[in-house]
Ligand binder design. Structure first.
Ligand code: PLP
Length: 392
């Protein structure tokens, strides 16, 4: 029998990708399935971005690049941080990777030792705990629920920090809750973090541009500029520019850390795809007009879906600030059917309603369901009709 590493046996395949696959299998069997599992925008990559990549291919820009990214893309990222976030970075503080996922993976492997603790607020992006575990470290969760709109409080943060804590992960707007922190809330969390100088902060800003809350986007460094030396900012073009398949993410932070992450990357993937880097540079330099229609569509769907979910019996949904996920509580509906396990419930909805949702237990908060609204309003309306019938 083939013996696998202890490491790989501690992690699971991404549950969100699993739901998408399960829906695809049922569809192939001829079942009519509405998939609300996807974590990617339903729009095409904007034309000027695609054109830049096509030109790059035609111009022969098809070889290895610098491991940490082309100088042109790094300059575009530096400009983006300056203009959008009022943050200043030098080129040696930037690492471009094969998607935001690799950025966090590099961080985990370059920074964490076995036994180190990583604070992760739940609900969380499914990949954080598993990447931390691959590095031998220990995820420590802070539970939240809809009563605080899934935001952690300074008291909760303080209560989980120990002398083993090395990293705190913040993700705003959040996948899966869609909720964003405002400046005051981040300042209050920063006040706690300030007391623990050995703790690094990872700010995952992947959904920065998909936001409609009052005050707009901000991150912990906007609230607490003094934490600059121990914060790593993670971002990418995947969600903002509908570029999930191009696989470009980036990290910005302390030189020593970025260098270590670059070493990990140089011994795994080397540079991210040359052509994709040209596309990402065009995206970051090309202005934000292309985001406007996408943002408007997400907002319209958010408003409609949140209201419609709240009409369903036993379902409650808080309003989100951004991203493209609704994260309603189905505990009432589950209880009415005598179901305790949200994975069982999600499977029942998949088979009986033909609607694929990701159960909240995948994100560390059982009893909720994540519905992606990166799909048309008509599809969302059909999905809600089906859920209504199945719950009646
Ligand atoms: N961070 C969050 C919160 C995400 O939801 C995702 C994608 O789902 C990523 C990072 C990584 O994005 P990618 O690797 O596609 O660039």
């Amino acid at each position: 029998d083939l013996q696998l590493s202890d490491r790989v046996q501690q992690i699971k395949p991404s549950p969100t990708l699993a739901v998408t696959n399960r829906a695809a299998v049922l569809r192939a069997e001829g079942k009519d399935i509405i998939g609300l599992g996807a974590g990617e925008p339903d729009f095409d990559t904007p034309e000027h971005i695609k054109k830049a990549a096509i030109d790059a291919i035609n111009n022969g820009f098809t070889k290895y690049t610098a491991v940490d990214g082309t100088p042109g893309l790094k300059q575009a990222i530096i400009g983006k941080f300056k203009n959008d976030n009022n943050l200043t970075y030098a080129p040696n503080q930037i690492l471009v990777s094969c998607g935001g996922k690799q950025s966090f993976f590099n961080l985990s492997l370059a920074y964490l030792n076995p036994g180190d603790e990583v604070v992760i607020p739940a609900p969380y992006w499914v990949s954080y705990p598993d990447m931390v575990i691959v590095a031998g470290a220990v995820p420590v969760f802070i539970d939240t629920d809809m009563s605080t709109r899934f935001k952690i409080t300074p008291e909760q943060l303080e209560a989980v920090i120990t002398d083993k804590t090395r990293l705190v992960v913040l993700n705003s707007p959040s996948n899966p809750s869609g909720v964003a922190y405002n400046l005051e809330e981040l300042a209050a969390l920063g006040e706690v973090l300030r007391k623990y100088p050995n703790v690094l902060i990872a700010s995952d800003d992947m959904y920065e541009h998909i936001i409609w809350s009052e005050g707009g986007f901000c991150n912990i460094l906007n609230a607490c500029p003094d934490l600059y030396d121990r914060t790593i900012v993670l971002n990418g073009v995947s969600k903002a520019y509908s570029m999930t398949g191009w696989r470009i993410g980036y990290a910005a932070g302390p030189v020593k850390l970025i260098n270590a992450m670059k070493n990990i990357q140089s011994q795994s993937t080397s540079n991210p795809t040359s052509v994709s880097q040209v596309a990402a540079e065009a995206a970051l330099k090309g202005g934000k007009e292309c985001m406007v229609p996408m943002l408007a569509a997400f907002k319209e769907r958010h408003d409609w879906l949140t209201a419609a979910l709240n009409e369903l019996p036993g379902v409650e949904c808080v309003s989100g600030d951004g991203a493209f996920y609704a994260y309603p509580c189905f505990k009432g509906a589950m209880a009415a059917m005598g179901i305790e396990d949200d994975v069982v419930f999600a499977e029942k909805m998949l088979l009986e309603a033909g609607v694929a949702m990701v159960p909240g237990s995948a994100f560390g908060t059982p009893g909720y369901m994540r519905l992606s609204y990166a799909t048309s309003l008509d599809v969302l309306k059909a999905a809600v009709e089906r859920l209504k019938a199945a719950l009646a």
